[in-house]
Design a binder for this molecule. Structure first.
Ligand SMILES: [Zn+2]
Length: 403
């Protein structure tokens, strides 16, 4: 077994660590920010641009690729990495998050959850309109309607594994139920227990789909759930930690304020020698909290999605390039950024592109935002290795959030 290996290079006081994750398509220096390529494309960027800005790994969404173009086409193309001409490490999520967030989880404040392809951005959706209409859960799996055309589909743990084997990523995730933060404790417990049963079924299906006795080609991560409740999170970490997963995702819903603590409860229990991926975060303050609390990987569509709307990170906080003050600002987005956009273009030029709806606006802003976060997480890694994490955190956050 074991298509990946993970080596911890340095531990911080507490839970944080820097390591190296080796996959069949290359190594990932952790902690690392994972770039989201929802439909086997990082929107507005070629894979060469993605590589050149320092991204080490691309994550695609199972739900979206299953709906279009279909996982069998991706399989026949040689897997999603080959299909999109990305030769580095790849991941797919389980499809659970989209099924639930586009279905029953509609109507809740999604909080940190903002990883829904390009459909919902953690914004509030009217519960009366959508709740329960797009997805129906039973013990065996979930029946849901496509957000595109209303056609009916069904995911089970076995089906998710089959689809993810067709998509062919280096790292795949067990099928899980992602609850709304607003769901009551009883429901969180019920959903978590079901996720544990689904985790076991995912693992069994994954092993059957692989060739018994031969090295696994794909690594499978279990997904810890349990909402914001300490006892549930700890139970989930213990239960899944005892199963033979190659690594772990931490999924679902916490109130933003509880996130660091909840991640810490989970990571104190999960096997230390396996990688941990916190699903769906991309705010600088959350990244610092997650790294400090023992997470190795994070993914989020926010840098490209918000970038396409003109919102860009700077060391002095986020700004929107559509703001009138940038029309005659002939300085880079962030003079301290080393990206292609900041080296070659001005805020005034970007403002012009956005105002005239030019496609290049999305490309240049996405390059900058992705580079900003990739580099920030790289800096966290270097700070762990050099023993200066606290200094980096204080300096960065003080300036970024103007505290
Ligand atoms: Zn830049």
């Amino acid at each position: 077994m074991g298509s990946i290996s993970f080596k911890i290079e340095k531990k911080m006081e507490g839970l944080g660590r820097a390591g190296v994750l080796t996959t069949p398509h290359g190594t990932i220096q952790t902690p690392a920010f994972v770039t989201v390529g929802t439909k086997a494309t990082v929107k507005a960027l070629t894979p060469e641009m993605v590589r050149d800005l320092g991204a080490q790994v691309v994550l695609a969404n199972t739900y979206h690729l299953y709906l279009e173009p279909g996982d069998e086409i991706v399989r026949d193309a040689g897997g999603f990495g080959k299909f999109m001409n990305w030769s580095g490490p790849t991941m797919t999520d389980s499809g659970g998050f989209q099924v639930f967030s586009l279905g029953v989880a509609f109507g809740s404040k999604m909080g940190k959850l903002s990883k829904v392809g390009d459909v919902v951005v953690g914004e509030e959706i009217d519960a009366e309109d959508k709740a329960g209409k797009l997805a129906k859960i039973d013990e065996d799996g979930v029946t849901f309607k496509s957000y595109k055309d209303g056609s009916e589909h069904r995911f089970t743990p076995e089906r998710s594994m089959e689809i993810q084997h067709n998509l062919g990523a280096d790292i795949i995730f067990a099928f899980d139920e992602c609850t709304s933060p607003a769901a009551p404790y009883e429901y969180q417990k019920e959903a978590m227990d079901r996720t544990h049963r689904w985790a076991k079924r995912s693992l069994d299906a994954h092993n059957l789909l692989g060739s018994p006795g031969l090295p696994r080609k794909q690594a499978l991560f279990g997904v810890v759930q349990g909402g914001r409740h300490r006892d549930l999170r700890e139970e989930s970490a213990r239960t899944l930690g005892a199963m033979d997963f190659d690594g772990y995702g931490i999924g679902g819903s916490f109130d933003k304020d509880d996130m660091d603590a909840a991640v810490g409860w989970v990571n104190a229990i999960l096997p230390e020698d396996k990688p941990r991926h916190l699903l769906g975060i991309g705010e600088p303050v959350d990244l610092f909290g997650a790294v400090e609390n023992g997470c190795d990987l994070f993914d989020c569509v926010a840098p490209t999605r918000t970038g396409r709307n003109g919102a860009v990170h700077t060391h002095d906080g986020r700004v929107n390039l559509l703001n009138a003050r940038f029309v005659r600002d002939f300085t880079p987005i962030d003079p301290e950024c080393d990206c292609y956009t900041c080296k070659n273009y001005t805020r005034a030029y970007l403002a012009h592109l956005f105002r005239s709806d030019e496609m290049l606006a999305a490309t240049l802003a996405s390059i900058h935002n992705l580079r900003f976060l990739v580099r920030l997480v790289n800096q966290m890694r270097e700070a762990i290795l050099g023993g200066t994490f606290e200094t980096l955190k204080t300096n960065f956050l003080t300036r970024y959030y103007k505290k």
